[in-house]
Design a protein around this ligand. Structure first.
Ligand code: BES
Ligand code: ZN
Length: 427
């Protein structure tokens, strides 16, 4: 298979991009060097281009950690060019994407600047956070309660109850409302748990957030998220975009973690938040709005795990930790968790090569994020963004996703249990 890796945006546009004959409205976007050159070559309308240098973590030729400069371009681009670009590439089971959309030049500059800061900080462990594995009793009691059959039935439900879960369609809206109902049922009877939709002003699909309030350290938040929306590129009301792996699998995985934590009456010291993001497939829009809201409110998210595609075992490796747009210190913790709680699994590292999913939205706002992925990037599910992204491509089971549920649960409890001990009753 052709390599799909790239910088801010993949580098295969030349073979697929057709400049739109009809110019649409100009929108603010940022992207990497290669895509910028290819967009220009293809004659797309670009205005007010601003280049920036970003130092990114990248292995040196001999495989050691190092940094290298990449160019990022902020510009106004013909809106028609962007989905077109993605669509043409997806037709070849390849991908573009990786561009980020911005509401204004000011917002674009801010995101690029924050990305540069975040890139510089990304190896650093956040202050006051311990990655010690010291909650074995709780974790080991909870792990066996995670059920493959529950993950499987959630994947089937999300991928068959709607034609698609695109951010503007009735399926996109309905899947968010139905998820809200399901999550509220899981939270019933717990007054320390809230379930809310996060509304986005510019499109109708809402993100869904379940919060378990921390007992003694509630101001520190641990986030586990995955995206709810699905796409086949040019998606409309009637498009068939089951998105079973991308990303019903991630939402089903985190929902099973949430079910076990709630049904076992687990009470975290830090606050735990589970998120199903809207509008990932159209430029990480939903998670960008949430991360920017959290940043502007000064919310102290101490760690984020993004689950985007967990149920297609394309590589010999069981869990692949993506090293770009993520935090190296937390990534090591994630690998340690797998080694400790699932010692038979094989773990690898790889890069998407661009801002491939919602972890990048958090990283770009200065938060610490990780992205454990189902396979090496080039081995990941080839059916995504097509009507064939169904659970049958994963053998009609959720065995692979269950490994990610175990990882996410151990992450939630090991990070969520840190803080002052609760007062004993009667003391
Ligand atoms: N799930 C994919 C990202 C992905 C693909 C992760 C392969 C790991 C392996 C995600 O939903 C997606 O499609 N992202 C877009 C980019 C985004 C900024 C619109 C893509 O990869 O084209
Ligand atoms: Zn996708």
């Amino acid at each position: 298979m052709k390599s799909r890796r790239a910088a801010w945006v993949t580098g295969t546009l030349a073979t697929c991009f057709v400049a739109s004959a009809q110019a649409g409205p100009m929108v603010w976007a940022s992207m990497g060097e290669e895509s910028y050159r290819l967009l220009r070559r293809a004659g797309a309308q670009l205005e007010q281009v601003e280049p920036y240098a970003v130092a990114v973590q990248a292995p040196t030729a001999d495989g050691r950690a190092g940094t290298r400069n990449e160019s990022v371009y902020l510009m106004q681009v013909d809106e028609e060019a962007l989905p077109r670009l993605s669509h043409e590439v997806h037709e070849q089971l390849n991908r573009c994407g990786g561009f980020m959309l911005h509401s204004s030049r000011a917002e674009g500059r801010k995101v690029v600047a924050q990305f540069r800061d975040a890139a510089a900080r990304q190896a650093h462990q956040p202050a006051g956070v311990s990655y010690a594995i010291d909650d074995q009793t709780e974790v080991n009691a909870l792990l066996p309660q995670l059920q493959e059959s529950n993950i499987r039935s959630t994947i089937v439900k999300l991928s068959t109850d709607y034609k698609n879960r695109y951010y503007t369609t009735s399926g996109g809206i309905g899947s968010s409302n139905d998820l809200l109902t399901t999550w509220k049922q899981l939270a019933a009877g717990r007054d320390d748990v809230t379930v809310k939709q996060f509304s986005h002003p510019n499109w109708p699909q809402k993100s869904v957030i379940l919060t378990i309030k921390g007992t003694t350290n509630p101001g520190k938040i641990v986030v586990i998220g995955g995206h709810l929306d699905s796409t086949i590129g040019w998606t409309n009301e009637n498009s068939i975009a089951p998105g079973a792996d991308d990303d019903a699998s991630g939402v089903a995985t985190l929902q099973e973690v949430m079910r076990v934590l709630l049904s076992s009456n687990y009470k975290p010291r830090r606050t735990l938040q589970f998120m199903a993001y809207a509008a990932e497939e159209v430029g990480l829009k939903g998670s960008q709005e949430i991360a920017s809201d959290y940043q502007s409110k000064g919310k102290k998210v101490i760690g984020v795990m993004n689950l985007d595609m967990t149920n297609y075992k394309g590589s010999a490796s069981d869990i692949t930790v993506m090293t770009d747009y993520t935090n190296a210190a937390q990534n090591k913790f994630v690998k340690d968790l797998v080694a400790y709680y699932q010692p038979s699994l094989k773990v690898s590292e790889d890069r998407c090569g661009y801002a491939c999913s919602d972890h990048a939205s958090w990283t770009n706002r200065g938060y610490v994020a990780s992205m454990p992925a189902e396979a090496l990037f080039d081995d990941s599910n080839p059916y995504i963004h097509t009507p064939n992204d169904t659970i049958s491509k994963s053998g009609n089971n959720a065995n692979h996703a269950l490994k990610f549920a175990k990882l996410a649960l151990s992450f939630a409890v090991e990070l969520g249990s840190d803080g002052p001990a609760p007062q004993q009753a009667g003391k």
